[in-house]
Design a protein around this ligand. Structure first.
Ligand code: UDP
Ligand code: MG
Length: 333
Protein backbone atom coordinates (compact mmCIF):
# COMPACT_ATOMS: atom_id res chain seq x y z
CA UNK A 1 0.00 0.00 0.00
CA UNK A 2 1.13 3.56 -0.64
CA UNK A 3 2.46 5.54 2.27
CA UNK A 4 -0.14 7.95 3.53
CA UNK A 5 2.25 10.59 4.74
CA UNK A 6 2.20 13.84 2.84
CA UNK A 7 5.71 14.57 1.67
CA UNK A 8 6.41 17.89 3.33
CA UNK A 9 6.16 17.04 6.99
CA UNK A 10 6.52 14.02 9.17
CA UNK A 11 3.14 13.13 10.69
CA UNK A 12 4.05 13.25 14.34
CA UNK A 13 7.16 13.67 16.34
CA UNK A 14 6.41 11.75 19.48
CA UNK A 15 9.95 10.39 19.36
CA UNK A 16 11.38 13.86 19.71
CA UNK A 17 12.32 14.77 23.22
CA UNK A 18 10.79 18.17 23.59
CA UNK A 19 7.11 17.31 23.50
CA UNK A 20 4.88 20.23 24.50
CA UNK A 21 1.78 19.53 26.57
CA UNK A 22 -0.33 21.52 24.18
CA UNK A 23 -0.04 22.56 20.54
CA UNK A 24 -2.28 25.26 19.14
CA UNK A 25 -3.06 24.99 15.45
CA UNK A 26 -4.32 28.27 14.03
CA UNK A 27 -5.18 28.55 10.31
CA UNK A 28 -4.92 32.13 9.15
CA UNK A 29 -5.73 33.74 5.85
CA UNK A 30 -5.46 37.51 5.61
CA UNK A 31 -5.64 37.92 9.37
CA UNK A 32 -3.03 40.69 9.74
CA UNK A 33 -5.64 42.73 11.60
CA UNK A 34 -5.72 40.34 14.51
CA UNK A 35 -2.97 37.72 14.31
CA UNK A 36 -0.56 39.46 16.74
CA UNK A 37 -3.25 39.95 19.35
CA UNK A 38 -4.40 36.37 18.91
CA UNK A 39 -0.90 35.03 19.50
CA UNK A 40 -0.38 37.22 22.58
CA UNK A 41 -3.72 36.20 24.08
CA UNK A 42 -3.31 32.49 23.32
CA UNK A 43 0.22 32.52 24.76
CA UNK A 44 -0.84 34.21 27.98
CA UNK A 45 -3.79 31.81 28.46
CA UNK A 46 -1.68 28.76 27.65
CA UNK A 47 1.17 29.80 29.96
CA UNK A 48 -1.26 29.82 32.85
CA UNK A 49 -2.60 26.38 32.04
CA UNK A 50 0.25 24.09 30.99
CA UNK A 51 4.01 23.90 31.52
CA UNK A 52 4.91 23.75 27.82
CA UNK A 53 3.09 24.73 24.69
CA UNK A 54 3.64 25.67 21.05
CA UNK A 55 1.59 27.81 18.72
CA UNK A 56 1.50 26.83 15.06
CA UNK A 57 0.21 29.47 12.69
CA UNK A 58 -0.58 28.21 9.21
CA UNK A 59 -0.61 31.09 6.76
CA UNK A 60 -3.02 29.88 4.11
CA UNK A 61 -1.89 31.96 1.15
CA UNK A 62 -2.48 35.39 2.68
CA UNK A 63 -2.01 38.44 0.50
CA UNK A 64 -1.41 40.73 3.48
CA UNK A 65 1.47 40.51 5.95
CA UNK A 66 -0.02 37.83 8.21
CA UNK A 67 3.10 35.71 7.75
CA UNK A 68 5.60 38.43 8.70
CA UNK A 69 3.55 39.54 11.67
CA UNK A 70 3.26 35.99 12.97
CA UNK A 71 6.97 35.41 12.39
CA UNK A 72 7.86 38.51 14.38
CA UNK A 73 5.83 37.22 17.29
CA UNK A 74 8.15 34.24 17.52
CA UNK A 75 10.77 36.51 19.13
CA UNK A 76 8.66 36.55 22.27
CA UNK A 77 6.44 33.51 22.04
CA UNK A 78 6.84 29.85 21.06
CA UNK A 79 5.42 30.37 17.59
CA UNK A 80 6.08 28.25 14.52
CA UNK A 81 4.79 29.67 11.27
CA UNK A 82 4.09 27.63 8.16
CA UNK A 83 3.42 29.43 4.93
CA UNK A 84 1.44 27.42 2.41
CA UNK A 85 2.40 28.04 -1.20
CA UNK A 86 -1.10 29.36 -1.98
CA UNK A 87 -4.58 29.37 -0.52
CA UNK A 88 -5.54 25.73 -0.01
CA UNK A 89 -8.58 26.38 2.20
CA UNK A 90 -9.14 26.13 5.91
CA UNK A 91 -9.42 22.33 6.00
CA UNK A 92 -5.99 21.88 4.42
CA UNK A 93 -4.46 24.61 6.57
CA UNK A 94 -5.68 22.76 9.65
CA UNK A 95 -4.16 19.53 8.35
CA UNK A 96 -0.81 21.24 7.69
CA UNK A 97 -0.86 22.41 11.31
CA UNK A 98 -1.82 18.98 12.64
CA UNK A 99 1.02 17.33 10.70
CA UNK A 100 3.47 19.85 12.15
CA UNK A 101 2.18 19.67 15.72
CA UNK A 102 4.14 17.83 18.37
CA UNK A 103 1.96 18.31 21.44
CA UNK A 104 0.49 15.57 23.59
CA UNK A 105 -2.80 17.33 22.91
CA UNK A 106 -3.72 19.74 20.13
CA UNK A 107 -6.18 22.62 20.14
CA UNK A 108 -7.52 23.95 16.84
CA UNK A 109 -8.48 27.58 16.98
CA UNK A 110 -9.61 30.28 14.54
CA UNK A 111 -7.28 33.24 14.13
CA UNK A 112 -10.02 35.78 14.81
CA UNK A 113 -10.58 34.95 18.51
CA UNK A 114 -14.30 34.41 17.95
CA UNK A 115 -13.99 31.38 20.17
CA UNK A 116 -13.50 32.48 23.78
CA UNK A 117 -10.24 31.17 25.23
CA UNK A 118 -11.82 30.81 28.67
CA UNK A 119 -13.08 27.40 27.47
CA UNK A 120 -9.54 26.03 27.28
CA UNK A 121 -9.56 25.22 30.96
CA UNK A 122 -12.78 23.20 30.65
CA UNK A 123 -11.36 21.41 27.63
CA UNK A 124 -8.21 20.44 29.52
CA UNK A 125 -10.29 19.30 32.49
CA UNK A 126 -12.39 17.00 30.29
CA UNK A 127 -9.23 15.74 28.60
CA UNK A 128 -7.83 14.88 32.02
CA UNK A 129 -11.08 12.98 32.75
CA UNK A 130 -10.31 10.75 29.80
CA UNK A 131 -12.11 12.38 26.88
CA UNK A 132 -9.89 12.17 23.83
CA UNK A 133 -11.76 14.90 21.99
CA UNK A 134 -13.48 17.91 23.52
CA UNK A 135 -15.27 20.02 20.92
CA UNK A 136 -17.13 23.28 21.03
CA UNK A 137 -20.72 23.51 19.83
CA UNK A 138 -22.34 26.82 19.03
CA UNK A 139 -25.31 27.25 21.27
CA UNK A 140 -27.15 29.73 19.10
CA UNK A 141 -26.84 31.00 15.56
CA UNK A 142 -28.84 34.15 16.28
CA UNK A 143 -26.32 36.31 14.49
CA UNK A 144 -27.14 34.59 11.19
CA UNK A 145 -30.17 35.19 8.99
CA UNK A 146 -33.05 32.67 8.92
CA UNK A 147 -32.12 31.58 5.39
CA UNK A 148 -28.57 30.58 6.33
CA UNK A 149 -29.81 28.87 9.48
CA UNK A 150 -32.41 26.90 7.52
CA UNK A 151 -29.78 25.90 4.94
CA UNK A 152 -27.38 24.75 7.67
CA UNK A 153 -30.09 22.74 9.38
CA UNK A 154 -31.09 20.94 6.18
CA UNK A 155 -27.44 20.37 5.28
CA UNK A 156 -26.78 18.51 8.54
CA UNK A 157 -30.02 16.55 8.17
CA UNK A 158 -29.10 15.43 4.63
CA UNK A 159 -25.51 14.76 5.63
CA UNK A 160 -26.46 12.54 8.55
CA UNK A 161 -29.17 10.66 6.68
CA UNK A 162 -28.39 6.97 7.11
CA UNK A 163 -24.94 7.72 8.52
CA UNK A 164 -23.43 5.43 11.14
CA UNK A 165 -21.15 8.15 12.56
CA UNK A 166 -23.45 11.18 12.75
CA UNK A 167 -21.80 14.58 12.51
CA UNK A 168 -22.95 16.82 15.35
CA UNK A 169 -24.70 19.93 14.05
CA UNK A 170 -23.13 23.30 14.84
CA UNK A 171 -19.85 21.75 16.04
CA UNK A 172 -16.86 24.03 15.54
CA UNK A 173 -13.33 23.26 14.46
CA UNK A 174 -12.45 24.69 17.89
CA UNK A 175 -11.56 21.55 19.81
CA UNK A 176 -8.96 19.81 21.89
CA UNK A 177 -7.74 16.48 20.56
CA UNK A 178 -5.54 13.92 22.17
CA UNK A 179 -2.38 12.91 20.26
CA UNK A 180 -4.05 9.60 19.39
CA UNK A 181 -6.88 11.42 17.60
CA UNK A 182 -4.42 13.65 15.73
CA UNK A 183 -2.38 10.62 14.66
CA UNK A 184 -5.55 8.91 13.44
CA UNK A 185 -6.51 12.00 11.40
CA UNK A 186 -3.01 12.31 9.95
CA UNK A 187 -3.01 8.65 8.91
CA UNK A 188 -6.15 8.99 6.77
CA UNK A 189 -5.27 8.83 3.08
CA UNK A 190 -7.88 11.20 1.69
CA UNK A 191 -6.73 14.58 0.54
CA UNK A 192 -9.93 16.41 -0.20
CA UNK A 193 -10.98 16.69 3.40
CA UNK A 194 -14.13 17.62 5.23
CA UNK A 195 -12.75 17.97 8.73
CA UNK A 196 -16.05 18.13 10.59
CA UNK A 197 -16.94 14.74 9.20
CA UNK A 198 -13.53 13.24 9.84
CA UNK A 199 -13.48 14.29 13.50
CA UNK A 200 -16.63 12.24 13.99
CA UNK A 201 -15.52 9.41 11.75
CA UNK A 202 -12.32 8.68 13.69
CA UNK A 203 -14.45 8.22 16.80
CA UNK A 204 -12.81 8.25 20.26
CA UNK A 205 -14.42 9.38 23.49
CA UNK A 206 -15.81 12.81 22.75
CA UNK A 207 -17.41 15.53 24.79
CA UNK A 208 -19.26 18.59 23.53
CA UNK A 209 -19.12 21.90 25.34
CA UNK A 210 -21.49 24.74 24.47
CA UNK A 211 -19.95 28.09 23.56
CA UNK A 212 -21.11 31.52 22.46
CA UNK A 213 -19.16 33.14 19.67
CA UNK A 214 -17.62 36.55 20.22
CA UNK A 215 -17.42 39.07 17.38
CA UNK A 216 -14.25 38.93 15.28
CA UNK A 217 -11.18 40.53 16.87
CA UNK A 218 -10.48 42.24 13.53
CA UNK A 219 -10.73 41.72 9.78
CA UNK A 220 -13.65 40.14 7.97
CA UNK A 221 -15.05 36.67 7.43
CA UNK A 222 -13.42 34.52 4.74
CA UNK A 223 -16.44 32.32 4.19
CA UNK A 224 -18.87 33.59 1.62
CA UNK A 225 -21.86 31.58 0.42
CA UNK A 226 -19.79 30.16 -2.47
CA UNK A 227 -17.09 28.71 -0.19
CA UNK A 228 -19.73 27.29 2.11
CA UNK A 229 -21.49 25.65 -0.84
CA UNK A 230 -18.24 24.08 -2.00
CA UNK A 231 -17.51 22.85 1.52
CA UNK A 232 -21.02 21.42 1.76
CA UNK A 233 -20.49 19.52 -1.52
CA UNK A 234 -17.19 18.10 -0.24
CA UNK A 235 -18.99 17.08 2.94
CA UNK A 236 -21.80 15.35 1.08
CA UNK A 237 -19.59 13.53 -1.40
CA UNK A 238 -17.14 12.33 1.23
CA UNK A 239 -19.62 11.25 3.87
CA UNK A 240 -22.76 10.07 2.12
CA UNK A 241 -23.54 7.66 -0.66
CA UNK A 242 -27.31 7.98 -0.63
CA UNK A 243 -27.39 10.74 -3.29
CA UNK A 244 -25.91 8.12 -5.64
CA UNK A 245 -28.35 5.40 -4.68
CA UNK A 246 -31.51 7.45 -4.56
CA UNK A 247 -31.67 7.48 -8.38
CA UNK A 248 -32.27 3.74 -8.50
CA UNK A 249 -35.41 4.29 -6.45
CA UNK A 250 -36.54 7.31 -8.43
CA UNK A 251 -35.83 5.46 -11.69
CA UNK A 252 -37.93 2.50 -10.57
CA UNK A 253 -40.87 4.68 -9.53
CA UNK A 254 -40.77 6.53 -12.86
CA UNK A 255 -40.45 3.31 -14.85
CA UNK A 256 -43.31 1.57 -13.05
CA UNK A 257 -45.54 4.64 -13.40
CA UNK A 258 -44.69 4.77 -17.12
CA UNK A 259 -45.64 1.11 -17.58
CA UNK A 260 -48.91 1.56 -15.68
CA UNK A 261 -49.70 4.67 -17.69
CA UNK A 262 -48.90 2.75 -20.91
CA UNK A 263 -51.26 -0.04 -19.94
CA UNK A 264 -53.94 2.50 -19.09
CA UNK A 265 -53.59 4.19 -22.50
CA UNK A 266 -53.69 0.84 -24.29
CA UNK A 267 -56.87 -0.18 -22.49
CA UNK A 268 -58.45 3.23 -23.06
CA UNK A 269 -57.60 3.10 -26.78
CA UNK A 270 -59.19 -0.33 -27.09
CA UNK A 271 -62.39 0.83 -25.42
CA UNK A 272 -62.74 4.40 -26.74
CA UNK A 273 -60.54 4.36 -29.85
CA UNK A 274 -57.65 6.68 -30.64
CA UNK A 275 -57.77 10.27 -29.42
CA UNK A 276 -55.23 12.86 -30.53
CA UNK A 277 -54.83 15.22 -27.55
CA UNK A 278 -52.07 14.60 -25.08
CA UNK A 279 -49.18 16.64 -26.43
CA UNK A 280 -48.99 18.73 -23.24
CA UNK A 281 -48.70 15.70 -20.99
CA UNK A 282 -46.02 14.39 -23.38
CA UNK A 283 -44.01 17.59 -23.14
CA UNK A 284 -44.31 17.69 -19.34
CA UNK A 285 -43.28 14.04 -18.96
CA UNK A 286 -40.33 14.39 -21.34
CA UNK A 287 -38.95 17.56 -19.79
CA UNK A 288 -39.46 16.24 -16.27
CA UNK A 289 -37.57 13.07 -17.12
CA UNK A 290 -34.87 15.08 -18.89
CA UNK A 291 -34.41 17.21 -15.78
CA UNK A 292 -34.30 14.20 -13.47
CA UNK A 293 -31.73 12.52 -15.71
CA UNK A 294 -29.51 15.61 -15.81
CA UNK A 295 -29.65 15.97 -12.05
CA UNK A 296 -28.69 12.34 -11.57
CA UNK A 297 -25.79 12.68 -14.01
CA UNK A 298 -24.71 15.82 -12.14
CA UNK A 299 -24.71 13.94 -8.85
CA UNK A 300 -22.65 11.16 -10.43
CA UNK A 301 -20.29 13.84 -11.73
CA UNK A 302 -19.75 15.25 -8.24
CA UNK A 303 -18.71 11.87 -6.91
CA UNK A 304 -16.62 11.15 -9.97
CA UNK A 305 -14.84 14.48 -9.58
CA UNK A 306 -14.00 13.50 -6.04
CA UNK A 307 -12.60 10.15 -7.14
CA UNK A 308 -10.66 11.98 -9.85
CA UNK A 309 -8.97 14.35 -7.37
CA UNK A 310 -8.15 11.51 -5.01
CA UNK A 311 -6.72 9.33 -7.78
CA UNK A 312 -4.39 12.09 -8.92
CA UNK A 313 -2.81 11.73 -5.49
CA UNK A 314 -1.57 15.30 -5.26
CA UNK A 315 -0.82 16.45 -1.73
CA UNK A 316 -3.55 18.41 -0.02
CA UNK A 317 -1.23 21.35 0.55
CA UNK A 318 2.33 22.50 -0.10
CA UNK A 319 4.43 24.17 2.57
CA UNK A 320 6.49 26.97 1.02
CA UNK A 321 8.22 28.14 4.18
CA UNK A 322 8.54 26.76 7.67
CA UNK A 323 9.65 29.27 10.24
CA UNK A 324 10.46 27.08 13.20
CA UNK A 325 12.39 28.65 16.05
CA UNK A 326 11.90 25.20 17.50
CA UNK A 327 11.29 25.66 21.07
CA UNK A 328 8.50 25.32 23.43
CA UNK A 329 8.04 27.88 26.07
CA UNK A 330 7.76 27.24 29.74
CA UNK A 331 4.61 28.50 31.41
CA UNK A 332 3.48 27.89 35.00
CA UNK A 333 6.86 27.23 36.65
N1 UDP B 1 -9.26 30.47 6.89
C1 UDP B 1 -8.18 29.86 6.25
N2 UDP B 1 -8.26 29.66 4.89
C2 UDP B 1 -9.36 30.02 4.16
C3 UDP B 1 -10.45 30.61 4.84
C4 UDP B 1 -10.37 30.81 6.21
O1 UDP B 1 -7.18 29.52 6.87
O2 UDP B 1 -9.36 29.82 2.95
C5 UDP B 1 -9.17 30.69 8.35
C6 UDP B 1 -9.38 32.13 8.79
O3 UDP B 1 -8.18 32.86 8.72
C7 UDP B 1 -9.86 31.95 10.21
C8 UDP B 1 -10.65 30.65 10.15
O4 UDP B 1 -10.22 29.98 8.98
O5 UDP B 1 -8.78 31.79 11.11
C9 UDP B 1 -12.15 30.89 10.15
O6 UDP B 1 -12.47 31.81 9.14
P1 UDP B 1 -13.54 32.96 9.36
O7 UDP B 1 -13.40 33.56 10.72
O8 UDP B 1 -13.43 33.89 8.20
O9 UDP B 1 -14.88 32.13 9.27
P2 UDP B 1 -16.24 32.43 10.07
O10 UDP B 1 -15.86 32.53 11.53
O11 UDP B 1 -16.75 33.72 9.53
O12 UDP B 1 -17.08 31.25 9.76
MG1 MG C 1 -14.47 33.65 12.39
Amino acid sequence: MKDFVLPQLAPTSMQQKNIPDLSFVIPAMNEAACISETITRVASHAAALVPQFEIIIVDDGSSDDTFDQARQMSDHHPVRVLRLSRNFGKEQAIMAGLFASKGAAVVILDADLQEPLCHLETMLAHHAEGFEMVYAVRETRDDEGWFKRALTRSFYRLLNYGSDAPIPANARDFRLMDRRVVDALCALPERNRFMKGLYGWVGFRSKAIPIHLAPRAGGTTKFRMRNLFRLALTGMTSFTAWPLRVWTGIGMIVAVSAILYGVMIAVRTMIYGIDVPGWSSLVVATSLLGGVQLISIGVLGEYLARVFTEVKGRPGFIVAEDHDPTTVMRGLS
